[in-house]
Write a protein that binds this ligand. Structure first.
Ligand SMILES: *Cc1c(COP(=O)(O)O)cnc(C)c1O
Length: 311
């Protein structure tokens, strides 16, 4: 864990202070006759329990991005997301806690009734700029922290979903926290940055990403590029499942919702339909197909995102 210790020393004092308020997320074992029968163990790394508000992988990703921004003297983070964005939600809260101004480009017109997510963004002082879908797509072309045209001094650009290679280190720390030996790590993918972060840990040997959106094949290249940018070659054997999107990003089916309800009832772990519901559905699908050899220990990452369900 030497690499981690030195990174923590470099952490900006304001981030250290915020981090001290976060829990170490627990690891919960899923007890299920179906698993016992197949001699499999399924554990869930409960990043949904990191903090009452900044849940999940978004903190992990933001940590070293914001460290870079703070050390570079930034006083404002500019980013983008949909009206239910977990990324903007975590950014607005974190920005406020760190004394950073935040600006969010939101896809689509300003709704006459703001949903719970947008309400929170405003409450935490984020400046909202609603842009057309076309403009929003263009914003996706800017990948570097200083690449957005018109950026003012002190402003730091953060692409959609916090998808930069600086995000990887914070996610990799999650793997170091898992206190059991495990075989496969599994996570839902939007941009694939969280999966890339898991792969950046030398402890990861097998990993599965479940694409939450349709046509997720591009994620393989994106994950590889993120690793390359950090000069990393993963030793892991990893794949991305692209057939568990249920019609596309944020789309659901009755089968998905029924699965989630059943899972929640039996295990008392709340899921949401955009990411974690699809992840667990896919894992149970693989388990039933006999994909995992007997004796495997699978750790699924609960990336949080429950705030998006309030809307
Ligand atoms: C954003 C998000 C993801 C996807 O993370 P990526 O790093 O973009 O792949 C997964 N789960 C939840 C709950 C999220 O909010």
């Amino acid at each position: 864990m030497g690499h981690q210790a030195s990174a923590v020393t470099d952490l900006h004092p304001r981030l250290q202070e915020l981090q001290a308020k976060l829990a170490v997320s627990p690891l919960t074992r899923i007890n299920d006759p179906e698993l016992t029968e197949r001699q499999l163990e399924l554990w869930i790394k409960r990043d949904d329990l990191l903090h009452p508000i900044i849940s999940g992988n978004k903190w992990r990703k933001l940590k070293y991005i914001l460290n870079h921004a703070l050390h570079g003297g930034a006083d404002c983070i500019v980013s983008m997301g949909g009206a239910y964005s977990n990324h903007l939600h975590a950014l607005a809260f974190t920005g406020k806690a760190l004394g950073l101004k935040t600006i969010g480009y939101i896809r689509g017109e300003r709704p006459s009734q703001l949903n719970a997510t947008l309400h929170d963004l405003l409450d935490w002082g984020m400046e909202l700029r609603f842009v057309s879908r076309g403009e929003y797509r263009q914003l996706r072309d800017y990948h570097d922290y200083d690449s957005l045209p018109g950026l003012q001094p002190g402003q730091y650009w953060l692409p959609e979903g916090g998808a930069t290679d600086l995000a990887l280190q914070g996610v990799a720390e999650l793997v170091d926290e898992i206190e059991i030996n495990f075989d496969t790590l599994a996570v839902a993918c939007g941009t694939g940055t969280t999966l890339a972060g898991l792969l950046a840990s030398p402890l990861t040997r097998l990993a599965i990403g479940v694409a939450a959106l349709k046509g997720g094949d591009f994620l393989i290249d994106d994950v590889q590029q993120l690793l390359n940018k950090q000069g990393m070659t993963s030793q892991a054997d990893w794949r991305i499942l692209v057939n568990y999107h249920f019609g596309g990003f944020a789309k659901t089916t009755p089968a998905l919702l029924a699965f989630m309800q059943d899972f929640q009832l039996r295990h008392d772990i709340e899921l949401e339909p955009v990411y974690t519901g699809k992840l667990l559905f896919a894992l149970y699908g693989l388990i039933r197909k006999g994909y995992f050899p007997a004796g495997q220990r699978i750790v699924a990452v609960h990336t949080g995102g429950l705030q998006g369900k309030r809307n």
